[in-house]
Design a protein around this ligand. Sequence first.
Ligand SMILES: *Cc1c(COP(=O)(O)O)cnc(C)c1O
Length: 387
Amino acid sequence: MKPITKAIRTRIAQTGEMEHSSPLFLTSSFTYDSAEDMRAAFADETEANIYSRFSNPNVQEFTDRVCALEGAEAGFATASGMAAIFGTFLSFLKTGDHLLSCSSIFGSTHSLITKYLSRWGISYTYADVNQPDTWASLIQPNTKMLFIETPTNPGLDLIDLEWVSNLARQAGILLVVDNCFATPIAQRPIDYGADLVIHSATKWMDGQGRVLGGVVVGKEQLIHDIYLFCRTTGPALSPFNAWVLSKSLETLQVRMDRHASSALTLAGTLEGHPRLSWMKYPFLPSHPQYAIATKQMTNGGGIFCFELKGGLDSGRRFLDALELLSLTANLGDSRTIASHPASTTHAKLSEAERLAVGITPGLIRISVGLEDPADLLADIRQALDRC
Ligand SMILES: *Cc1c(COP(=O)(O)O)cnc(C)c1O
C-alpha cells in the first residue's frame, strides 16, 4: 500500500455502533475489569490505556497515521510543535552535552536553544546552511544531536538529507529533522537515514488554522525514551485536537498537491517582477539548490519568498496594500498568508542578527492557501504596484 492509503485506512478499532468515522474519546483515564488487568497495564505487559497523559485512542490514531506517512516505526504526539521539539531535546540531551543545529530555524526553536538549554548545562553551535563543508568540524566529542530544518524558515534554503545523514551516522550522533515545511507528502527524511522527524501539526497537517499539535516519529527505541519522558512531564496532545488532526491527514495529500502547484505557479509568474530583487521557491530552476530540491522532494511545498526592492518600508507598505491575503503569524492554512519577518516576528533582533539567520529587510514570505491562484496573483500584483 502507498503511505497515503495506509494513513487514511489506519483507524481506531470500531465500537459496537459500527461507526465509519472514528469517535472522539474525551476521557482522562481508562478502566479495568480486574486488579490483575490493572496490574498488567501498569507493568507495561499489555497495550491497555492507563491515562490520557500517557496515551489515548485518538492521539494514537493520529500518531499511527503520521508514522504511515513518514515511514516511521513509532511516534509520540504532543500539545504543540514546540512541545515535541522540547521533549525530544530533553529526552536525549543532558548536562555536558552539545547540540549542533542549523542556523536558520523556526524562531521559538532558536530561542529555546539560545536562551534556555544552557540552564541545563547543554551547549550549542549553529551551523551555516550555506556552508555545509564547515559542518564536520563543528561536531565535538560531546555532540549528541544534529538538529535541522529543510527547507529552512523563512529563507527556504535546503540541506541535502543524504549528505547530512551520512555526516550524523559517521559521527555517531542523532539526526533530528523538523519536517514541518515540506510535510511527508513532499519529503520523507527517514528514507535518507534521519533518526527522528518532528512536525508542528498546527501548520500543514491541520491545514485549516484551527488547532495546535505536534508529533515526533522515528526509531521505536528512541520514541520509547521520548514517551517515558513526556508521560512524566505532561506535554500531552488533547484527544479533541488529535481527532481534528487525524481527520485532516486524510486530505493532506490532495491539499499539499494543490498548495504546491499554486505556489509554483505564483512564484514562477512573479519571478522577474520589477519590484522584486529576487524570488525563491525550491522547485524553481533558479533556486540555488534546485538539484537538491528535485532529488529529495516530490514537490516544492506551499511556501515561497521574495525580496522587495526598498527594504523595510516597502515590506510594511506591501502588507498594508494586500486586500485578500491574511496578515497573521501562522502558516500552512487553506487561506493564503503574507508575512514580513523584519518588521514583525524578528523585529526585536538587530539588523545584523536578522541577516545572520537569513532575514533581509524586504523579505516577504507567502504561505499559499487553497484559493484560486488567479485571485492570489491579482492581489499580490496590485500590492506590488502600491509598495
Ligand atoms: C510553527 C513551527 C514550529 C512550532 O510549532 P507550534 O505548533 O507552533 O508549537 C516548529 N517548527 C516549524 C518549522 C514551525 O513552522
